[in-house]
Structure formats: structure tokens, C-alpha cells
Design a protein around this ligand. Structure first.
Ligand SMILES: Nc1ncnc2c1ncn2[C@@H]1O[C@H](COP(=O)(O)OP(=O)(O)OP(=O)(O)O)[C@@H](O)[C@H]1O
Ligand SMILES: [Mg+2]
Length: 114
């Protein structure tokens, strides 16, 4: 099992959800997060003064899936979240021990099957 976690621009959330759904994801979790990449946030001007915004708003999407699906989901996210500009985000793929569907006790592939 794998956990595919993507952090990207909030404006791309609907497109990413659509892409993951089309790629076969049967569930996902969305969180609002803040972070920075190598540009260390951007500088914003407010009432004539410059403010350093260290943490920019991003969204995090997590999909737990069979290992064989992880690359397909990562590719779907990469295409849907890409605007070609800095701050487009990153995808992290983790090894995941187990998935358990609480209602039935089903595990792993059965727990995320449609
Ligand atoms: N090494 C990291 N570890 C954890 N989260 C990260 C890391 N790098 C980036 N992030 C998260 O991803 C968000 C977007 O990162 P970002 O796309 O700016 O990365 P980057 O490496 O600077 O690439 P780019 O040059 O395309 O901007 C950050 O705001 C942060 O939430
Ligand atoms: Mg960046």
C-alpha cells in the first residue's frame, strides 16, 4: 500500500480531484495547509509597506491506495496541478502498512475498492 500526499495551489484543487476521480481514486482527504518552498514565500506590498509572507496557503490531498496505483495518481496530480509557475507544489509517496475500512474490517486493496 502507498500513501500519495500532494501539496499544491488551492486554485488547482477542483482539477486535481477530478483527475484523481478519473484515475480511479475511491476516496481522498483534503486539508488546508501553509508552507514554503525554495523561494521562502513571496514579498507582498500592503499600504505602501513591504511584508514578507513566509508561509503561503496551499492545499494537501492524501490518497491511500494499492502500490500499483500510486504512480498513476502521482501522474494525474502532476498534470492537473501544474501551472508552470513557482510554488506549484510537491508530491510525496510513502509506504503504508495497512488500510482498514472501519465499517467492515476489510483491509488493504479491499478497503479501497469501489
Ligand atoms: N521539502 C519540503 N518538505 C515539505 N513540504 C514542502 C517541501 N518543499 C515544498 N513543500 C511544500 O510545498 C509547497 C510548494 O512548494 P514549492 O512548489 O514552492 O516548492 P519548490 O521546491 O520551491 O518548487 P518551485 O521552484 O516550483 O516553487 C510549499 O509551500 C510547502 O508547503
Ligand atoms: Mg517554490
Amino acid at each position: 500500500m502507498k500513501l500519495v500526499t500532494a501539496i499544491f495551489k488551492p486554485s488547482r484543487l477542483d482539477a486535481v480531484i477530478d483527475a484523481l476521480s478519473e484515475a480511479g481514486a475511491t476516496g481522498l482527504t483534503v486539508s488546508e495547509v501553509r508552507g514554503y518552498g525554495r523561494q521562502l514565500g513571496k514579498t507582498e506590498v500592503y499600504r505602501g509597506a513591504e511584508y514578507e509572507v513566509r508561509l503561503l496557503p496551499k492545499v494537501k490531498v492524501e490518497v491511500a491506495c494499492p502500490a500499483a496505483s500510486a504512480e498513476r495518481y502521482a501522474e494525474a496530480i502532476t498534470q492537473a496541478a501544474n501551472t508552470g509557475t513557482i510554488g506549484d507544489g510537491k508530491i510525496f509517496i510513502y509506504d503504508l502498512d495497512s488500510i482498514i475500512r472501519i465499517r467492515t474490517g476489510e483491509r488493504d486493496e479491499q478497503a479501497v475498492s469501489g
